[in-house]
Design a protein around this ligand. Sequence first.
Ligand SMILES: [Zn+2]
Length: 102
Amino acid sequence: MSKLSNFAHPPWCLRGPDCAGSNDLHLSRLCSASVGEQEVLQLRVGLWRMDVGPTPPSGLLLELSASSEVERWPIGLAQSRALACLSQRLIRQLAPPPANPA
Ligand SMILES: [Zn+2]
C-alpha cells in the first residue's frame, strides 16, 4: 500500500504526538464509558484513521485499561458499525436503564 500525498487531518483529529507520526495515525479525543470510579476495567472509545491506501482505513478505537495495563484496538469501519448495532440489540435484552433522577 502506498501513502497518500494529499494528507490532511480529519476535523476530529487532536493533532497530538500520536498523529501523523511514523504510523500516520489520526486519533480523536477518547471518550470514557465509565460511569463511576468503581470499574476495575476502564473503557474509552474514539475515532482513528490511517492514511494508507486509496481509501484510508478508519473506525472506532477501543481502549481497555486495568491499572497500568492499556490495550488499544483500532476496529475497522464495517466492524465498528456492526459493533454499534449488535451492542444496542444485545443491551436491549438486559434490564432497562435506571430512570434519571429528577
Ligand atoms: Zn491528524
